[in-house]
Ligand binder design. Structure first.
Ligand SMILES: [Fe+2]
Ligand SMILES: [Fe+2]
Length: 228
């Protein structure tokens, strides 16, 4: 059975310049919209937001891949890391659709948001990859906070601690009697890792010293790539 890594939920990158402030301001605005729209419907919130969270990794991987082809240079491991992040976020989505079902309105929101967010994030990444990674770092800080609140809902009995979906037990190698609480814990650990990776990439692009150690990444089942 997998060991669920401990998460430091208080990690925050203090904005260093205007770009960082813009990235944080944008993230906080989206957080306000999500809080207004979903309130405490954490299952639905997770589904809609994970459809967004799975986009930046694939955009970053695509653009870095194309850049490396043009420049005929190495990628320093960025492409695989970003593709892995996108796949991991998609598995979060596949897990939470087993827990809650999006309604018709949410499906329409997902459609609209994907068009806007994919194109906007692609354009931003071309203009400033550093800002794009900083935004993802801040998104992930918020994801860690949201999943911590989801845990509180479960612990205080407002959300049922149902058995973990089979897809989640396989992907995170959880015990047969694992519950939704275990799933939220490993998802939160994934988000903490993405947070530190993306802030690290932004720091590297800004020529700053590498960030402190990254939050440990939970173990994931490789087989899922064939099965999903
Ligand atoms: Fe996620
Ligand atoms: Fe994430």
């Amino acid at each position: 059975m997998t060991q669920i890594p401990l998460v430091d939920t208080a990690v925050h990158h203090r904005p260093q310049d205007l770009r960082d402030h813009l990235a944080l301001g944008f993230t906080k605005t989206l957080r306000f919209c999500a809080d207004t729209f979903f309130a405490k419907r954490y299952g639905h919130r997770a589904i809609v937001l994970e459809t967004v969270a799975a986009v930046p990794g694939m955009v970053g991987a695509t653009i870095n891949h194309l850049k490396c082809l043009r420049r005929m240079c190495g990628d320093n491991g960025w492409i695989r890391t970003l593709m892995e992040e996108a796949e991991n976020e998609r598995m979060h989505l596949m897990t939470f659709v087993e827990v809650a079902q999006p309604n018709l309105f949410e499906r329409l929101v997902i459609l609209g948001v994907q068009w806007v967010f994919y194109l906007a994030f692609f354009a931003l990444y071309l203009v400033s990859a550093r800002t794009a990674h900083r935004i993802v770092g801040y998104f992930e800080e918020e994801a860690v906070i949201s999943y911590t609140l989801y845990l509180k809902e479960i612990d205080e009995g407002r959300s049922a601690n149902v058995p973990a979906p089979a897809i989640a037990r396989q992907y995170w190698k959880l015990a047969d009697d694992a519950t939704l609480r275990d799933v939220v814990l490993v998802v939160r650990a994934d988000e903490a890792h993405h947070r530190d990776v993306n802030h690290g990439f932004a720091n590297e692009l800004a020529g700053m010293a590498p960030a402190a150690a990254k939050a440990p990444y939970p173990e994931h089942e490789a087989e899922i790539r064939l099965a999903a």
